[in-house]
Design a protein around this ligand. Sequence first.
Ligand code: FEO
Length: 396
Amino acid sequence: MELAKSIDWIGCVDWDVRDFHSFDVPHGTTYNSYLIRDNKTAVIDAVKVPYISSLLHNIAKKTELAKVDYVVCNHAEPDHTGGLAELLAALPNATLLCNAKCKETLSAYFDTSGWKIQLVAPDTKIALGSRTLTFIDTPMVHWPESMFTYIPEDQILFSMDAFGQHIACSERFDDQYDFKTVIEEAKTYYANIVTPYGKQVQRVLEAAATLPIKMIAPSHGLIWRSHISEIIEKYQHWAGGKYAPKVLILFDSMWHSTAGIAEAIMGGAAQASEKIHVRSLQVRKNPLSRIAAEMLDAAAVALGSPTMNMQMMPQVSAVITYMKGLKFTPKSAIAFGSYGWASVGTNQLDRWIDEAGWTRLMPPIQARFRPTAETLKLAEEAGKKLAQTALRMAES
Ligand code: FEO
């Protein structure tokens, strides 16, 4: 698949992966690699271990392996470097181009003593002939060594993980695939991988704004050529921590008591305004990656758990551990839940709201064994309050 004259996608499609280092990836993914043939030849990014023979096959269809002069490593994570040693061994004349931090990381993963490595920096220019490789350091987007490669003559930005999506497909460009799914997957990708680094993303977007860009070629999923302004706008929105008028209800339940309170909160929130979006997810039935995508732009959140074994339920605990690491923009929140003889789980969630630096809208809503009519009325009122707060936060 050609991006421009003599610039080809030579990556691999992982159709059946559903667990990507613990993320749920319902559409599979791709490991994108690119071949640039000029007076000199360069490969941009490698692939995961099981796909290296496929990558070599794709290179060999276009050129002799001995003609590859450079392999660029934009990012050291193993889904793009697992096959690097084998790739370099098969390319006898290739020099690896990477920044100093990447070399340090690769040396921790591999025995790099026999590798030909040339360090690159933002002022480095690698002339290929009619084209030039230039480099932009993008630290913590999303690893310390991450960088972009840019070809000014073709105005193509090779952005490694940034702007990526986990989608396995035969199509290669954003205008060839269902756009709603592409954006949803880009959002899920951002929420689960890039969220903690919003400030670094904003700096990268400022740097990218100075470049003319005809194409953004990430290392996963579809290449952006028709919707570049839309995905950059989305990244600005997500990195800026902007709120949507959305109430997110996350809970688990044993005998439907906590679930009943969740339903009452949902009803109250949904009735508050036509402008409000309400999402209610029982965490035990939804993957963490989906929960994170919903959390990314939610303004108000209700967290619910019964008490089980004198603790909150384990899947709720997993969710708050995951949310703590992702450092979402602070939400307005309430805790709710049920108990039999000791109220522990809901109070743990209530304390967690404070510890996370979120705004606690009201004391927790609690029910002993089953929610009473008064409790359900209180939950409905809480839903309205969450919705009104979410609308104000989204407008400000
Ligand atoms: Fe696709 Fe951060 O690796």
